[in-house]
Design a binder for this molecule. Sequence first.
Ligand code: GCU
Length: 614
Amino acid sequence: MEKESGNYVSDIHDAAYEAAYLARRLDSGTLVSAVGRPAESLNGKWNFAADWYDSCKRAKWFLERRVDEAGRPMPLDWDWEAWEPMSVPSSWNLQKPELFYFEGSGLYTRTFRYLPKIPGERAFLRFEGAQYRTSVFLNGEHLGTHDGGSTPFSVEATGAIREDNRIIVVVEAGRRPGRVPPDNTDWFNYGGLYRDILLLRMPPRFIKDWFLRLVPDGSFSKLAIDVELSGEGLGAAKGGEARLRIPELGLDESIPISGGRGSSVISLDVAACLELWAPGKPRLYGIELSLLGPGGEGIDALRDRVGFREIRISGSDILVNGKSVFLKGISVHEDHLRLGKATDEATIRAAIAHLKELHGDYLRLAHYPHDGRFARIADEEGVLLWEEVPVYWAVDFSSPATYADAENQLAELVIRDRNRASVAIWSVGNENADSDARLSFMSRLAAKARELDGTRPVSAACLVDHERLAIADRLAEALDIIGINEYYGWYDPDFSKLPRILDNSKPSKPVIICEFGAGARLGHRGSVDEHFTEDMQARLYEEQVAVIGACPYIKGMSPWILYDFRCPRRLNRYQERYNRKGLVDADRVSKKKAFATLAAFYASRAEPAAEGDA
Ligand code: GCU
């Protein structure tokens, strides 16, 4: 109604201004794989402004209107080149003191040049991760908007890109009840463009996505591959075929394409003697996937290194390559004193080195998808991973928009990492109260994970039924592995409940204790009964591993947590805005007493050397 009024000004009166941006969603459907392809980085110094009132989107600054209809210059509230530089990727919270607690819209802009290298070349922008709602503008055009703070997204820029380009990206980092995660979490809400940004050059027709894996039927003798091609670019030919080559296995297979998709199951020649990927024995194979035109001409190609292994559930056993395992793990957040959420290779490798010092072979990447390099490095290092979407605590389970967001984040995660041997388990959430809406929401997510990837077990971190003192979450029905978070000896001081709960429970599936722990401030020593002493934390670990280690259906654990991490809701004198349940201080160097306790337990559970071949 107001719109009709003579004094309506959309820049200031349109309360529903976001709807137009949300109409162009970037999601798993628009995601283009960047693996094994040359990519140009758009990382570096961008100009940045904290856009507290989201004015760039409200007032459409990206249109760069400098004059009115009659050509008269207008006063401008934006001024790209005058703004301070901001490193991309980074968490803006750690770049400028005044942005430490900023959860508004960060406005990033830079220029870049682009000249196509081949006829009909298509240009894509790929973002590896931005917290939370990201709108991308190129040369005055809104390319699309993405929701989700930890998964990759991409957008085609072919139509808007020029020789000289101005890109503007608005990242709005707000915590909201309807988001995934919702507004209340137990970690720090870092904002911004905190992962790589790439410019991808693609031929008119290209391999958009692919999924290669061992067929998990216990025979270790068949590979399956699915290939999805890009939508038909201008002038792109139809039909054709894809080819999979794995030189070390003497494999060179044709994959017929129809309707932009191709699938094939390939029986391995026994003589090929496939070496399986296994924890501690990370055998990877170089693969080449190419797309040939109707005349057999090469029109697209990519390379990768892939490991082949099988993860299967049998009764209450988790079988890795047919052998029952106990997953010796620890949980870790993407949180760093200096880097915030913008991790790097050295930081990832250091976490894996700490895991190995613990004699562990498994990491729970909590509570959201971590940087894509983590699974790549874990592939090389022979470490298994639990990967999770942030369906955390009080998610709005009755909201279709929230479900769509959660499902999309799951799809983006699975599409990004399903070719990674290290990724063992998909988790659809953490510590949610058992309600009908939640049961349906998370059961649908579990089904979605299986639809996208039928080769990995699905789990979730569930809570114990405190009344019945039993593992009795209804969601277990929809899961392959039951994850349990329990804090007996800490939040519930009565540790004796844990053995009773495990006795009371008769799960028909493997259970992983994906969290237990106690807070301890580094250097605070004292009685084993005093909270926040290293001594109490170590004693709690002794008690926990003794009970967990003796329970036949528990097939793994990932105590909370490897490193202390920032958390605005932890305010006592030992915490000082950190969750102090780490076995290592937030400096990621100084170990607490319990580190050795866990290392000793894992050393005592060392598996005999992994089988190399089937
Ligand atoms: C929960 C939760 C974690 C949290 C931990 C804690 O279990 O999953 O995110 O940090 O407990 O209380 O320390």
